[in-house]
Design a protein around this ligand. Structure first.
Ligand code: AMP
Length: 414
């Protein structure tokens, strides 16, 4: 199967060719014909499967073929809503690339930065808007954005949006969209809340499911290190120094943890940068660009900040901490081995993280191979739980620690 077989217009084919894409990924193969036929779609797929192109290509084609579209006075015809800034930027880049020869104008709006530049772009007239929910509603309230002409609506990463508390924003948004539209809904997981939401958004829809275990987990080489929490830093620097990856993305559970790892690596002469929610948007973009350009080989990230990071040929992902939500593991390792590429993911598991490992292996229906390492012998299966300090009455001859102690219960019952 080639893109030509999917009846894609010549300018888009040229753009795909320029990108070096020859054949569609499974989600593209299934979703593109449905979307070109104008139907609504519920896609169960995650980042890394090629889903952005699966929705961007048909939207660009519809816009390209629209005889009523005025190239002078453009109005927002397509709206893509996505949870994070990084993902929004990524999606806009994809639209720009795939639509390079189809005369499509795009804009991206997200919070955390001044709005002036975004407003200027909007006022020049655009066809496709990619937005995070908060800033979108804000600019709508200020009258800079009208959704009256939206004919294509994409809700991306819906499960993440719910997790991040965007549900009310989404509901508000839905009331502002024209009833007559094509809607696309993407989510990596489909819990009951998501199914309910999709029923509110979609009309008579078709469903496409790309199982994570069919895609990421099978494509990415995985390894596991049982390691004490106290040895994780040294194991990380050992792996970076011995494996010499051209690029490695390291996931930590917390922002503080990410900063600590950067500091440690710097002390052993490994340059790294961290991206997480406490860093300014500008700071995050600078770090991300340096990583994408290969100027920094090691990037430490928390899950939220890493959503949508798309670095072609990312060689290695390291789970410095195992995630407590098993789907997050699949998202993380999906940063490497994008589309048809293969990559490696290595995970650290300390004694306390074993229950997380169990959940992950259940989800991906695989046992992650356990690898040897220099700190393996020191591994403690069950870290001792620090004994709770118990208060007790002073023993015979012992001085009471609390000078006010007058003999405990017996006295107090008087
Ligand atoms: P996505 O799931 O949209 O984040 O896409 C994952 C990665 O696959 C991105 O780096 C895309 O540029 C790339 N990609 C998308 N479609 C194809 C394709 N048909 N062939 C090769 N790479 C692709």
């Amino acid at each position: 199967m080639t893109f030509k077989d999917l009846a894609i217009a010549a300018p888009i084919l040229s753009a795909l060719e320029k990108k070096g894409y020859t054949s569609p990924t499974p989600i593209q193969e299934q979703a593109i014909p449905i979307l070109l036929a104008g139907k609504d779609l519920m896609g169960c797929a995650q980042t890394g499967t090629g889903k952005t192109a699966a929705f961007a290509i048909p939207i660009i084609q519809h816009l390209h073929n629209d005889p009523h579209r005025s190239k002078q006075k453009r109005v927002i015809k397509a709206l893509v809503v996505t949870p994070t800034r990084e993902l929004a930027i990524q999606i806009q880049e994809n639209f720009t690339e795939y639509g390079a020869f189809a005369n499509i104008r795009t804009a991206v709006v997200f919070g955390g930065v001044k709005q002036n530049a975004q407003v200027n772009t909007l006022q020049n007239g655009i066809d496709v808007l990619i937005a995070t929910p908060g800033r979108l509603l804000d600019l709508m309230n200020q009258g800079y954005i009208s959704l009256r002409e939206v004919a294509y609506f994409v809700l991306d990463e819906a499960d993440q949006m719910l997790d991040m508390g965007f549900i009310n924003d989404i509901k508000k948004l839905l009331t502002k969209l024209p009833k007559q539209r094509q809607s696309l809904f993407f989510s990596a997981t489909m819990p009951a809340t998501i199914v309910k939401l999709s029923n509110e958004i979609l009309g008579d829809y078709e469903r496409v499911t790309i199982q994570p275990q069919q895609t990421t987990a099978e494509r990415v080489g995985q390894g596991l290190f049982f390691v004490n929490k106290s040895d994780k830093q040294e194991l990380l620097s050992h792996l970076i120094k011995t494996r010499k990856p051209s690029s490695v993305l390291v996931f930590t559970r917390t922002k503080h943890g990410a900063d600590k790892v950067v500091k440690y690596l710097s002390s052993v002469h490994i340059t790294a940068a961290a991206i997480h929610g406490n860093k300014s948007q500008n700071n995050r973009q600078v770090a991300l660009s340096a990583f994408k350009d290969g100027k920094i080989k090691v990037l430490i990230a928390t899950d939220i900040a890493a959503r949508g990071i798309d670095v072609s040929e990312l060689e290695l992902v390291i789970n410095y901490d195992l995630p407590n939500v098993p789907e997050t593991y699949v998202h993380r390792i999906g940063r490497t081995g994008r589309a048809s590429a293969s990559g490696t993911s290595l995970s650290f598991c300390d004694g306390e993280e074993k229950p997380y490992l169990k959940d992950i292996e259940k989800l991906i229906q695989q046992k992650i191979p356990v690898l040897e390492h220099p700190f393996a012998d020191a591994f403690v299966e069950k870290p001792a739980i620090p004994a709770k300090k118990t208060r007790h009455a002073p023993r015979k001859g012992e001085k009471p620690k609390n000078p006010k102690w007058r003999g405990g219960r017996r006295d107090s019952r008087k």
